[in-house]
Design a protein around this ligand. Structure first.
Ligand code: PLP
Length: 226
């Protein structure tokens, strides 16, 4: 067995245990395998081990890596988990099944326009900067109500949930709890939170999607896969 398939089995068991622990239903939390910087061959190993949901954080890298993989494995579900520039919106809508990182009016407006033109309508999540870090993407918690009404009421975007990346040095549970509360308040069902180091905590606090890279694929090469 490859180490990727062994790692996947281990993570799935830990997800099931965390679901049980948190009083969640079995299968409530989906595993997003974060394959950024890893080659297509690593993704193929994960697919062979039954993995279908993948996350990439760069449009260009995903555009090089995934079309062939998707052609050979039509069930693949691909999610954008990194920042999206407005000049990449067209390509992102073509490539991704879910975009998790909607975080500013200009991007929301570009998405609405391009969705109208192309008819591609992937599900969207709003990224929330729960730690209010100046260098980090995401809407501030205090700005979420206004941003939601722009996205949903004014632009009619298919927003189905929220995503966050807590500050590295903070207790993640506080951020996961805050994100879950904001989602509840807005009637949003999808919660993307938790990574290799803290996905079990995220599941106990309501994550529907955990984004796990290192614990599946090992440590990342230092540059994107060419
Ligand atoms: C890279 C990345 C992950 C995966 O992180 P690991 O610690 O390797 O599991 C999750 N979410 C986002 C947004 C990422 O960029």
């Amino acid at each position: 067995m490859s180490s990727i398939s062994a790692n996947l089995m281990d993570i799935r068991a830990r997800i099931a245990a965390a679901e049980k622990d948190g009083g969640r239903k079995e299968g409530d939390a989906s595993l997003v395998a974060v394959s950024k910087f890893h080659p297509a061959s690593a993704v193929e190993e994960a697919i062979a081990a039954g993995q279908v949901i993948f996350g990439e954080n760069r449009v260009q890298e995903a555009a090089r890596k995934f079309p062939d993989l998707v052609a050979g494995n039509p069930g693949i579900n691909l999610r954008l988990i990194g920042p999206l520039q407005t000049n990449k919106v067209r390509e992102a809508l073509r490539l991704f099944d879910v975009i998790e990182t909607i975080d500013r009016p200009k991007l929301a407006e570009a998405l609405a326009k391009e969705m109208e033109r192309s008819g591609d309508r992937p599900d969207l999540l709003i990224q929330v900067n729960t730690g209010e870090e100046p260098q980090k993407a995401g809407v501030l918690p205090a700005g979420l109500d206004e941003f939601m009404s722009l996205c949903c009421a004014r632009l009619g975007l298919p927003v189905i949930g929220l995503m966050c990346i807590p500050p590295i040095d903070d207790e993640p549970a506080m951020h996961f709890g805050l994100l879950a509360e904001m989602a509840r308040r807005h009637g949003l069902e999808t919660l993307s939170m938790g990574m290799s180091a803290d996905f079990e905590t995220a599941i106990r606090l309501g994550a529907t999607h955990v984004r796990v890279g290192t614990a599946i694929f090992g440590s990342r090469p230092t540059t994107p896969d060419a």
